[in-house]
Ligand binder design. Structure first.
Ligand SMILES: Cc1cc2nc3c(=O)[nH]c(=O)nc-3n(C[C@H](O)[C@H](O)[C@H](O)COP(=O)(O)O)c2cc1C
Length: 224
C-alpha cells in the first residue's frame, strides 16, 4: 500500500468514526428529549441567600398569590428539591441506601407532571388541574404549585414494611426541607402537609399499588 493510499484510508476511517459518534449523540439526545414533555431551563446553582439567613427565614405560610412561578424559578426549585448535583447521579437530598425512591409529582393549573431529574424536565401524567384532589386544605388548590412526594417501594430492595415506611418518610422530608430553604432564599411561601387525600390523588395520578404518598408541599408567592 502506498503512503498516500494509507493516509486516505486513515482519513476515511476518522470521518466514519466522527459520523458514528455524531449519530450516537443524536440518538441519545432524541431519547433524552422524548423522556420529558417539558424541558426546564438549566438550573441556576449559584447565588441565593446565605444558608444561615435562609434558616432564619424558613417558615410555613399557607396563603398564596395566584401568580404562577416563572420557568426559571420552577427549574431552580426542582433542582434544589431533588436535582442531580454530582456526576454519579446522586442528588441534592440524601436517600436511604441511595435508593432514590421518591418521585416528585408537580401539580399546576395546566396539569400533573413528574420531575425527571436526569433530563431536568417534566413528564406529563395528566393534562388537567388535579390540585383540588391533593387535599382538603385550601392551600393545595390555591397555590400555583403543589408538589407530591411519592415513594416507589419497588426501588427499596428487600426492606421490611416498617423500614420502607420510615425511610420513605425521612427521604421525602429531606426533599421538603430543601424546598423550604429554597423558598426562604427566594422569598416564596410554602407549606408541607401530610393531610393528603390519598385515595383521590392516587386515582388522579394513576399511582400503582407499590407507590406510597409520603408528603405534599405547596409553593407560590406569598399573598400580599
Ligand atoms: C410531617 C409534617 C406534616 C405536616 N402536615 C401538615 C398538614 O397536613 N397541614 C398543614 O397545614 N400543615 C402541616 N405541617 C406544617 C406544620 O404545621 C408546621 O411546620 C408547624 O406548624 C410549624 O410551623 P413552621 O413550619 O413555620 O415552623 C406539617 C409539618 C410536618 C413536618
Amino acid at each position: 500500500m502506498t503512503p498516500t493510499l494509507k493516509h486516505r484510508l486513515v482519513r476515511l476511517r476518522d470521518i466514519a468514526m466522527k459520523a458514528l459518534l455524531a449519530a450516537a449523540l443524536l440518538a441519545i439526545a432524541t431519547v433524552a428529549a422524548q423522556q420529558v414533555d417539558l424541558v426546564l431551563p438549566a438550573p441556576q446553582t449559584d447565588g441565593g441567600k446565605p444558608l444561615m439567613q435562609a434558616l432564619k427565614e424558613r417558615r410555613t405560610t399557607r396563603s398564596f398569590a395566584e401568580q404562577p412561578l416563572p420557568p426559571q424559578v420552577l427549574s431552580n426549585l426542582l433542582w434544589a428539591a431533588w436535582g442531580i448535583n454530582r456526576p454519579d447521579g446522586r442528588r441534592t437530598a440524601p436517600s436511604a441506601r441511595n435508593w432514590q425512591e421518591i418521585d416528585v409529582y408537580v401539580a399546576t393549573a395546566e396539569g400533573l407532571y413528574v420531575y425527571e431529574a436526569r433530563a431536568h424536565g417534566l413528564k406529563r401524567i395528566v393534562a388537567r388541574d388535579v390540585r383540588a384532589q391533593i387535599g382538603a386544605q385550601p392551600h393545595s388548590r390555591e397555590a400555583p404549585l403543589t408538589l407530591v412526594f411519592v415513594a416507589d417501594e419497588q426501588k427499596m430492595g428487600n426492606a421490611d414494611e416498617e423500614s420502607r415506611r420510615t425511610y420513605a418518610a425521612a427521604d421525602a422530608a429531606f426533599i421538603a426541607q430543601n424546598v423550604y430553604l429554597y423558598c426562604a432564599s427566594e422569598g416564596l411561601a410554602s407549606v408541607v402537609f401530610a393531610m393528603v387525600d390519598r385515595p383521590a390523588f392516587t386515582q388522579a395520578a394513576g399511582l400503582k399499588p407499590q407507590q406510597r404518598i409520603a408528603l405534599a408541599q405547596s409553593v407560590g408567592y406569598p399573598k400580599k
